[in-house]
Unconditional design. Structure first.
Length: 276
C-alpha cells in the first residue's frame, strides 16, 4: 500500500463516517490500515536489512568471489570432533559479502577477521570483529557501524554465499588443508627417521665432564631425552613434535673401549659439545 492509497482510504472513511462508518467502525478500520502499513514497513525494512547485512544467499547467478584472491593459513583442528578452521585473509570481496565494506583504514578503530570452518559435512565462512572504540566507529564509519556492532555483540556471524561462491571458497579451503596434511606427513616421516637413527643402542655421543676434565661416552637417545626434559619436554620425541631439536653433531657408533657416563654425570655436566 503506497502513500496515495493510504491517503485515499483514510479520506474515504473520514468523509463517510455518518453514512458508511460509525465512529467506532471508522476507528477500527483506520487502525487496521495503520497495522497493515506497519507490517508492510516491517517487511520492507527487514528485507532491506537482510540485503544490507547479507543474511540471505544472493542470486545464484552472481559470483562475487575471485579464487586467486583467497588465501587460507594457520590450520586449527579439534582432534576429538574433527572440526577444522583456517584463517582467511580479509579482502574487499569478503567484506562486501559481509556487508561491512569500507575503503578507509580502520584497524585503529575496529579489526575484522574471516575464517573458513568445516565441521562434519558442513562448511561455512564466519566473520569476527574486535571494536576498540565504539564512538569513533559510529562517527567515522556510519555506513557499516551498525553491522560491525551486530557482529561484535553476536561474537561471530556467518557470511552468506550462494552455492557457486561456496564451492569456490571450499575448493581453496580443501587445497590448503591438503597442503598442511602433506607438510605434516613429511614432518612425521622426518621425525620417525630421526628417532630410528638416534635410538640405535650403539649410537653414542661424547659429553664433556668438567669435574673429571674429560669426555665420557653416553647413549645418544638417553642423552637427548635428558636434555629435552631439562627444557620442559617429556622426552626428545615430544620436543621434535613441537618443532624443536637439539644439535647432536659428533655422535658415533659405540667403541666398546670408551668408558660410559652415568646419568648423574650427564645431568650435572657443565660444558657440552651439543647445544639446544
Amino acid at each position: 500500500m503506497n502513500k496515495e492509497e493510504i491517503r485515499d482510504k483514510i479520506s474515504s472513511i473520514v468523509w463517510h463516517i455518518n453514512s458508511n462508518y460509525s465512529p467506532s467502525g471508522a476507528e477500527t478500520t483506520i487502525m487496521e490500515i495503520i497495522e497493515k502499513v506497519q507490517e508492510d514497513a516491517y517487511q520492507e525494512g527487514f528485507k532491506a536489512a537482510k540485503e544490507k547485512f547479507n543474511t540471505e544467499n544472493p542470486s545464484i547467478d552472481e559470483v562475487r568471489i575471485t579464487p586467486d584472491l583467497l588465501e587460507f593459513l594457520d590450520l586449527m583442528e579439534d582432534e576429538y570432533t574433527g572440526k577444522k578452521m583456517l584463517y582467511l585473509y580479509k579482502t574487499d570481496e569478503l567484506t562486501k559479502a559481509a556487508g561491512i565494506y569500507t575503503d578507509a583504514w580502520h584497524n585503529d578503530t575496529y579489526q575484522v577477521n574471516f575464517y573458513g570452518v568445516e565441521s562434519k559435512d558442513n562448511f561455512k565462512v564466519i566473520v569476527t570483529v574486535i571494536v576498540q572504540d565504539t564512538e569513533e566507529l559510529k562517527l567515522r564509519y556510519p555506513d557499516v557501524a551498525g553491522n560491525i556492532l551486530k557482529i561484535s555483540e553476536a561474537g561471530e556471524a556467518e557470511v552468506a554465499f550462494n552455492d557457486k561462491e561456496l564451492e569456490i571458497i571450499k575448493a581453496e579451503f580443501d587445497k590448503t588443508i591438503n597442503e598442511y596434511k602433506r607438510a605434516d606427513n613429511i614432518r612425521k616421516d622426518r621425525i620417525k627417521k630421526e628417532l630410528e637413527y638416534i635410538k640405535n643402542p650403539n649410537r653414542y655421543i661424547d659429553v664433556y665432564n668438567s669435574y673429571r676434565d674429560k669426555s665420557i661416552a653416553y647413549p645418544l637417545a638417553e642423552y637427548l631425552d635428558i636434555k629435552a626434559s631439562q627444557s620442559g619436554f617429556d622426552n626428545y620425541e615430544d620436543m621434535l613434535n613441537e618443532g624443536l631439536s637439539i644439535d647432536y653433531s659428533g655422535d658415533y657408533l659405540k667403541d666398546s673401549l670408551i668408558p660410559q657416563a652415568s646419568l648423574s654425570e650427564v645431568v650435572n655436566q657443565t660444558t657440552l659439545r651439543v647445544n639446544i
